[in-house]
Write a protein that binds this ligand. Structure first.
Ligand SMILES: [Zn+2]
Length: 126
């Protein structure tokens, strides 16, 4: 399965294997947030997503709500890998585009409805 070559999947394997200490359940780092986005992309249930990151369903629900209200928050996450001077890879499906902006827009379509993905302001993305 080609998806396994994507760096994010390798990282997620680590997260899934490593049980979160209780203190870590109170907050989320970028990896946890990416897994929540991955769950949206893969159409995981709230229960499964919560289990993968060792958080409560309420935490997952809260973060999903937060990014729907402020979708530009996801732009701060490592959603794109630079592979070369004009090679940017979507960290979810592995697709490569010539500009970071184009692949960012592509990525947004994995997690947001088209009306958000098509219209989010990407001026801050170089
Ligand atoms: Zn993609």
């Amino acid at each position: 399965m080609p998806a396994l070559d994507i760096p994010l999947m390798a990282e997620m394997g680590e997260i899934i294997k490593r049980p979160s200490p209780k203190a870590e359940r109170l907050w989320m780092n970028n990896d946890h947030k990416l897994v929540i986005l991955w769950g949206i992309y893969r159409k995981w249930t709230m229960t499964l997503t919560a289990k993968k990151i060792g958080a409560s369903e309420a935490t997952v629900r809260k973060y999903k709500h937060k990014i729907l209200l402020a979708p530009s928050l996801v732009l701060g996450l490592p959603i794109v890998s630079a592979k070369g001077p004009s090679q940017y890879q979507c960290r979810f499906c592995g697709e490569i585009r010539k500009s970071r902006k184009t692949v960012t827009r592509h990525f947004l379509h994995h997690v947001f409805p088209p009306e958000i993905a098509d219209n989010l302001d990407l001026r801050g993305v170089k």
